[in-house]
Design a protein. Structure first.
Length: 560
């Protein structure tokens, strides 16, 4: 007996993302799987009386988008109604920030925290970052916690500083900074490790709030056509990250939602066993104490490995580079001599411990020296303890050089890059790194040519999870502010850009056999763009909405 499809999509541009990047016109979905791909006439003939039929009218359907590095819970908690949206273009000036905080103060009981996320000093028309004095004028009776778009800088007001006991003389963790004003007093800006001084005084998110954050995120991701994502770091090391959104409780909530069939996304997880400044001893202890949910459907929730911070190895926890760059900034973070050797040894041991324990490793790394050290550590761990296809990968990998690219490819390791971040900060990086390094930064074309299955991601809430912006950025490599091209030789075509959000991302998840392309037998996860992708000017792509999202064969978002 032939079973009719549950859902058929007809008259579309179906980008299957199979090895030949085949284009079809229609697709049939049955029982949570793709069952047929072909012409409209072929697929329409399969429909039965109970089949839902959707006419795409030329719209493009792709495999469900997989954002392979996205802080889901943090993204959900950083959005309304759980926090103020202070990202560009919602906020363009300090006055915009203050208006949002003033409105929140008017509806929040005195003494309770006001939270917000996403402000970016580079896009404020004032030409400066806000300070505690700005916030004091609109919320003197509320402690305020406003994280910038990168997650590396926090703004608070005088009340927040007082509650946290932060003064100019407060000891700061290695690599952290308490910014001061002209009088030597704290300005309200806390960078890197100094953020923890404030965050530990925030009320801990309740289980209900964490669940609301996850569900808020998944609903927003459905509107973006995202059906899979990687939570890059949940566990005891995430207690002070994103206001506590990356702690162990979040993993427990994910597991509960998955068991109850309420998650409605495919989530891969990296365990975060230590904070950004963790040591090999911390990793060893964390591995021994790690608790991994083992009673959930791995196609819905799967703990794949461990996240490390190469930029967080003592003696400081910021970028680790070979030489000073023209604009300063990164230059002050060079490490040489014995300090460099100590960092290499500590990092190598951390990687070895997690590798030997059988985990996939995703390592946050942004400086050229750190990237080389991480890749060498991967190589050394695999040589000492050979494993079949561990698929370790470097996260961000912004300045990965040719030799490290060759090593990654030779061992079947990966690189996870952030094209929308490239677009956002390209102009600023030209001043900081110099034009040559800024042009090369995030070398997607070079990595693909080396044989690496490059994956692309938003790092939300750092950038909004708009995969169309990521695809456009990979094709154009232009700066957001200027529109100038940076490294046109690193541009890629549409097929490679789409693969980075589909089949390559599935590879990172060890899931390429069952998701990531629209082929018979693969998961019935589909994203439909409200336009014909191959006919669009890449400059227009970011603003084209998602018309339909199908997860596991069910329509979870539709504007049709």
């Amino acid at each position: 007996m032939t079973v009719s499809p549950d859902l058929v999509l007809l008259n579309g541009e179906i980008l299957t993302a199979d090895p030949a990047f085949t284009t079809a016109r229609a697709v049939a979905l049955t029982g949570g799987a793709v069952t047929a791909v072909g012409t409209t006439d072929e697929i329409a003939a399969l429909a039965g009386p109970r089949t839902e039929v959707i006419d795409l009218r030329g719209r493009t359907a792709l495999p469900g988008i997989n954002d392979s590095h996205l802080h889901g819970c943090a993204f959900g908690l950083s959005r309304p109604p759980l926090a103020l949206d202070l990202g560009h273009p919602a906020v363009r000036s300090i006055a915009d920030i203050l208006a949002a905080v003033r409105e929140a103060a008017g509806r929040t009981p005195a003494g309770r925290w006001i939270r917000g996320n996403g402000w970016d000093a580079a896009y404020l028309t004032d030409g400066r970052a806000p300070t505690r004095h700005d916030l004091d004028a609109v919320a003197p009776g509320h402690p305020v916690y406003l994280q910038d778009f990168t997650g590396h800088l926090t703004l608070t007001n005088t009340r927040g500083l007082e509650l946290a006991g932060i003064t100019a003389g407060t000891p700061v963790p290695e690599g952290g900074v308490i910014h001061t004003d002209g009088t030597g007093a704290p300005s309200g800006l806390l960078a890197e490790g100094a953020q923890g001084l404030l965050q530990r005084h925030l009320p801990a998110h309740t289980r209900d709030e964490i669940e609301r954050g996850v569900r808020n995120a998944v609903a927003a991701l459905h509107r973006e056509g995202i059906t899979s994502y990687t939570e890059p770091g949940l566990g005891p090391g995430g207690t002070d990250l994103f206001g506590g959104a990356s702690g162990r409780l979040t993993l427990d909530v994910y597991a509960d939602l998955a068991r109850a069939g309420r998650l409605e996304a495919r989530v891969s997880v990296l365990l975060l066993l230590t904070g950004m400044s963790g040591s090999a001893a911390d990793i060893a202890r964390g591995l021994a104490e790690a608790e991994i949910p083992d009673d959930v459907d791995p196609r819905v929730l799967n703990v794949l490995g461990v996240k490390l911070f190469a930029d967080g190895i003592p003696p400081n926890r910021t970028a680790w580079v070979r030489e000073e760059y023209p604009g300063g900034g990164f230059g002050r973070l060079c490490v040489h001599g014995e300090a460099d050797a100590l960092r290499v040894r500590e990092l190598t041991e951390m990687v070895r411990l997690a590798h030997e324990a059988g985990h996939q490793l995703g390592v946050h790394v942004t400086g050229d020296r750190a990237i080389d050290a991480v890749v060498d550590a991967f190589e050394a761990a695999q040589a000492e303890h050979p494993r079949d296809d561990p698929r370790h990968y470097v996260i961000h990998a912004d300045l990965v050089g040719p030799q490290s690219l060759e090593k990654l490819a030779a061992h079947g390791f990966g690189a996870n890059m952030n094209p929308a971040i490239k677009w956002t900060i390209a102009d600023a990086m030209a001043e900081l790194l110099g034009p040559e390094r800024a042009a090369y930064q995030w070398p997607v074309r070079s990595a693909l040519d080396a044989g690496i299955p490059v994956t692309s991601s938003s790092d939300a809430p750092v950038t909004h999870p708009n995969w169309r912006q990521g695809v456009a950025a990979m094709i154009l490599r232009e700066g957001k502010a200027s529109g100038r091209p940076y490294g046109p030789e690193e541009r890629v075509g549409l097929a490679d850009a789409v693969r980075a959000y589909t089949v390559h991302a599935a590879w990172q998840d060890f899931a390429e056999e069952w998701k990531g392309s629209l082929e018979p037998g693969k998961a019935a996860d589909v994203t439909v763009l409200d336009g014909t992708l191959t006919e669009l000017d890449p400059h227009d792509l970011p603003d084209v909405p998602v018309a339909l999202t199908v997860f596991d064969g069910r329509v979870v978002h539709s504007t049709l």
